[in-house]
Design a protein around this ligand. Structure first.
Ligand code: GAL
Length: 682
């Protein structure tokens, strides 16, 4: 099932906290929001105490008063379940609801996400508060949808309370049934880890070098994910019983140890993301270093959001400088950047943009985290910029529902991401190659998607792409390899990189020729392999007469199938002359095995040699400092050109196009101002 926000026009919203401001200000705030084009507010995600000030005593008076103002002003609302911040009366009376860290220390009350998903007590309190809210507000005409919790797995994505250890035992019992089966599957005979009673089983706990049994550590991540999914479902099941008028259910952000395909499938209508491009500034690095994409790197997170929810919302869009009491992240957005970042989100498929937050908070941990209004509530340049955004949004409304266009996807899956956290070859290699593919596709203006493989992935989803890059599928099951083979047979191009296919679903390395099922598919065997250490020379390979980078890790290949073809060989090191890249035609398509990682230069070479780079160069010439994104609805294509730099540039339209923002026809050379945005259609 496709998960997608359904809106008939691009819509603006804002995060609002009535509990932070005098009631006399509410109405004025709502009126001013509307003047700035804001149609939706998100409320209540941290307000449990206002509904249940003491255990079992429920009151809705405060939010009822606020919702009256909302009704008068005809504002739409996304209402939240307040479970990210359990009240002090609860954590004090029931300390078992608190999370515990790897070393066994409880996480005390005072911040947020200090609870654990598996505590039966916390689940009971959650059920009650969600039910009470759903009963009371579920049919409210101004509420268009619900947000569950806030940023599941943000702040913390590991959980070691007593309840988690117990639930982990149950999870494993369910999966393995017999202890012998568990011992065998997770390799417990190594270092005498064999269990003889279920009570000996724990989530991996603190040990020397933080070096747990890797198979148990992989189960741990699957379990963390399942815990969050089931906690979210607990809430969505209750909400669904009460919601009226087509109200949707969503949550915000994506974080570690959570399988979002599963989360969508079980609970949600679509995903919202929280976009703070300032986080992408690599403050330690030289911002002028070539290839340092800074805030543009945030598009990578938006690509991931789109892989979960084809059209999505931004529940929190950055509107000012970041900072907590302990975190002063980066400069305030320069004039034009808030608009640029808004358009970055829309370019990638967001149809709803809600800013964080209406006014900079005057109390608490986030007093340095700036919103649209300053503490003073006086006019400022960010509010002026919002007015300009509102003007743009009005003329762009029709773009809602248009789908992002990409013919190439980087394939991903959660087990490999989680296994890579301990596998010090695979994890860093994957990050390196992600960076390579991101920068190569960005700088050549080749729109790119992610495709997450999971148990419900279909051939049809894969076949939507001409080329799939599965950079380092260390864990590759027979089933996944079968699906990929069908994709190639029907005409697809598949590219694997080094370290593929040598682990099974438990993260074990079974006795068989490497690269396992990928080797069978591509007609290769890995004869030798090595990490390229600091003393190794730069490795390259020659492909179609051109030298390409073959960095980070090398798989030295041998051809095992008669129709497999050596495309490139290594140029140095003790395996100089051995195959580095092998291709094999299968049905109407081709599978490639490349025995290295992908730097930006390597990825660019693949885009060129496979003939899939720069697919819009026939109609647009765009300088590298700009991102190109394309959305399409019906026969209409929308081109977003985003200038991330503080200086202007020239974009060349090789055919006449409509400039949506000005309403004019344009062709030829066009100047794009600093942080400027162009939205064209044809
Ligand atoms: C998000 C969170 C918000 C706010 C914001 C700024 O992660 O959802 O509640 O804390 O960051 O810190």
């Amino acid at each position: 099932m496709e998960h997608s926000i359904q809106l008939d026009h691009i819509t603006l919203g804002v995060c609002y906290y009535p509990e932070h401001w005098p009631e006399t200000l509410w109405e004025d705030d709502l009126i001013r929001m509307k003047e700035h084009g804001i149609e939706v507010i998100r409320i209540a995600e941290f307000a449990w105490n206002l509904f249940e000030p003491t255990q079992g005593n429920f009151t809705f008076a405060f939010f009822d008063r606020f919702m009256e103002a909302v009704r008068r002003q005809e504002m739409k609302v996304i209402f939240c379940t307040p479970t990210a911040t359990p009240p002090a009366w609860l954590t004090e009376a029931y300390p078992e609801v608190l999370n515990v860290d790897l070393e066994g220390h409880p996480v005390y009350h005072g911040m947020r996400r200090h609870y654990n998903y598996n505590s039966p007590v916390y689940r009971r309190f959650t059920e009650t508060i969600v039910e009470k809210l759903a009963e009371h507000y579920g049919s409210h005409p101004n509420i268009i949808g619900w947000q569950i919790d806030n940023e599941l797995n943000c702040e913390c994505d590991v959980f070691y309370s007593e309840a988690d250890h117990r639930a982990f035992r149950e999870y494993l019992k369910n999966k393995y049934q017999m202890l012998d089966n568990l011992n065998e599957s997770l390799g417990m005979t190594f270092w005498n880890q064999t269990y003889t009673d279920w009570n000996q089983v724990y989530l991996p706990r603190k040990n020397y070098h933080n070096s747990p049994n890797p198979h148990l550590a992989l189960e741990e991540k699957k379990f963390f994910s399942q815990s969050a999914v089931s906690y979210c479902k607990l809430q969505s099941d209750i909400l669904r019983r009460y919601l009226k008028n087509g109200q949707f259910i969503t949550t915000n952000g994506h974080f570690g140890h959570l399988d979002y395909q599963e989360l969508m499938d079980q609970s949600l209508d679509f995903l919202c993301y929280d976009s703070y491009p300032d986080f992408a500034f690599d403050l330690g690095a030289d911002p002028k270093r070539p290839g340092n994409l800074n805030d543009r790197k945030w598009s990578w997170s938006l690509i991931k959001t789109r892989s979960i929810s084809s059209n999505f919302g931004i529940m929190e869009q950055q509107s000012g400088a970041n900072g907590w009491t302990t975190r002063m992240e980066a400069p305030a957005p320069k004039p034009g950047q808030m608009r640029l970042w808004t358009m970055q989100s829309i370019a990638h498929g967001a149809d709803f943009i809600s800013y964080f937050r209406w006014r900079t908070c005057w109390i608490g941990t986030e007093i340095y985290w700036h919103g649209l209004n300053d503490y003073s509530n006086e006019p400022n340049r960010r509010l002026e910029e919002l007015k300009a955004i509102y003007r743009d949004i009005r003329v762009m409304g029709e773009i809602a529902g248009a789908k992002y266009q990409a013919k190439i996807a980087v394939v991903k899956d959660y087990p490999n991401e989680w296994d890579g956290e301990h596998d010090r070859w695979h994890g860093p290699l994957s990050n390196f190659s992600d960076d390579g593919w991101f920068r190569a596709t960005q700088l050549t203006h080749t729109p790119c998607d992610f495709l997450y493989l999971w148990q419900k992935s279909s051939l049809q989803e894969l076949a939507a792409y001409d080329v799939l890059i599965y950079p380092h599928a260390t864990i590759l099951t027979e089933e996944t390899a079968g699906l990929l083979k069908k994709y190639v047979e029907q005409g697809g191009t598949l590219v694997f990189g080094a370290r593929t296919g040598y682990k099974d679903e438990y993260g074990r390395c079974p006795m068989r020729p490497m690269a396992g099922y990928a080797g069978e598919l591509c007609g290769v065997r890995i004869a030798d392999y090595t990490f390229l250490g600091p003393y190794d020379e730069k490795q390259t390979a020659v492909w179609n007469g051109k030298e390409i980078d073959a960095p980070f890790f090398n798989d030295v290949l041998e051809v095992t199938a008669p129709e497999a073809k050596v495309e490139a060989s290594f140029t140095s090191n003790y395996y100089q002359g051995s195959p580095a890249l092998v291709s094999r035609k299968i049905g109407r398509g081709t599978a490639y095995y490349f025995g290295a990682g992908f730097s930006m230069e390597t990825a660019k070479a693949f885009l060129t040699e496979l003939g899939i780079g720069a697919p819009y160069s026939d109609c647009l010439t765009i300088p590298p400092q700009c991102e190109l994104a394309v959305r399409k609805k019906g026969g209409q294509e929308y081109f977003f050109v985003l200038n991330y730099k503080e200086y202007p540039c020239t974009v060349e339209l090789k055919q006449p196009m409509k400039d949506i923002l000005s309403g004019r026809e344009r062709s030829g050379a066009q100047e794009l101002p600093p942080y400027g945005v162009m939205v064209l259609s044809r």
